[in-house]
Design a protein around this ligand. Structure first.
Ligand code: MN
Length: 291
């Protein structure tokens, strides 16, 4: 593992909204607990003060990434042209916001709503995904930015549930700034194991979410993280490794419901963040010393 992998944290550990006060707290706490990158969800970000946020991130010396999913009313995997257009507009706005914040990565479920679909993806729906993401990737390339296709479980999308699905979609989009984003929480539900998909994705891996099977404290669930970190090392992954965790203690009005965050898995975000940072650092250290 390269010691330069930036270790990130999702802003929902700190705050459920993007008001000025919440953004300041998220940035301060991210810095204080030793992380190098803060990931904002643009799911509920209407009131985000982009300029002020960028300034505070720069002052704190933090990198930033953005993520989002779409909505059933604004969904590029729909067959309805108006619904697709609303999804494409959301993505275009999100890309510009990410750039204005100083970020180089926009990732997540950029290809569908985050929610349970009642039927499989249609042929026309998939064509729409490819076409919209080709346009978005072309704008991203002008900005020297990367798009991530986060592989999500079957209850949150019907577009890509495995690394193999994601590679196929990325092939069809055909842009070299569209990379794959693996998340151990989703992999646990859909993949055979946490290792083979990492090797399958190889140098097309662009972003990583570390989450437990229940999205709470790392190590308190049943995921065996060591083989996953060894696989990241084996493929020479040098990108961000971002801790993602959710609890009913911190609620974002839209996102928390879409992700079915019903349980209180933690109340003290700072304790959680410190624990996760130490956990990830130890995993990286173990691999480096074993190598
Ligand atoms: Mn994730």
């Amino acid at each position: 593992m390269n010691p330069t992998n930036p270790i990130g944290i999702h802003a929902l550990v700190w705050a459920g909204d993007t008001s000025a006060e919440s953004v300041t707290r998220a940035i301060t706490q991210t810095k204080k607990t030793g992380y190098q990158l803060l990931e904002f969800s643009l799911h509920d970000s209407l009131n985000l003060d982009v300029e002020a946020t960028r300034r505070q991130l720069t002052d704190a010396g933090l990198r930033v990434a953005c993520s989002r999913g779409l909505a059933f009313t604004a969904d590029v995997s729909s067959e309805d042209p108006d619904t697709v257009k609303r999804g494409a507009d959301l993505l275009a706005d999100s890309l510009e916001i990410t750039y204005a914040l100083g970020g180089t990565h926009l990732t997540g479920a950029l290809y569908s709503a985050l929610g349970k679909y009642g039927k499989p993806l249609s042929t026309q729906g998939r064509k729409n995904v490819v076409s919209v993401l080709q346009d978005l990737a072309s704008r991203a390339a002008e900005l020297e930015m990367t798009l991530g296709l986060e592989v999500c479980n079957r209850y949150e999308t019907n577009v890509i549930n495995t690394a193999r699905d994601a590679l196929k979609l990325a092939d069809d989009i055909g842009a070299d700034n569209v990379l794959i984003h693996l998340d151990t929480y989703h992999m646990n539900i859909e993949e055979n194991d946490l290792v083979q998909p990492v090797h399958e994705v190889g140098d097309r891996l662009g972003y990583v979410h570390i989450g437990e099977n229940h999205r709470g404290y790392l190590g308190s669930g049943h995921l065996d993280f060591a083989p996953f970190f060894r696989a990241l090392n084996a493929i020479g992954y040098q990108g961000p490794i971002t801790f993602e965790s959710f609890s009913s203690a911190v609620v974002a009005s839209g996102l928390s419901n879409d992700l079915a965050i019903w349980r209180n898995l933690w109340t003290d975000g700072e304790d959680l963040a410190r624990h996760a940072h130490q956990f990830i650092t130890e995993q990286l250290f173990l691999i480096r010393t074993a190598a």
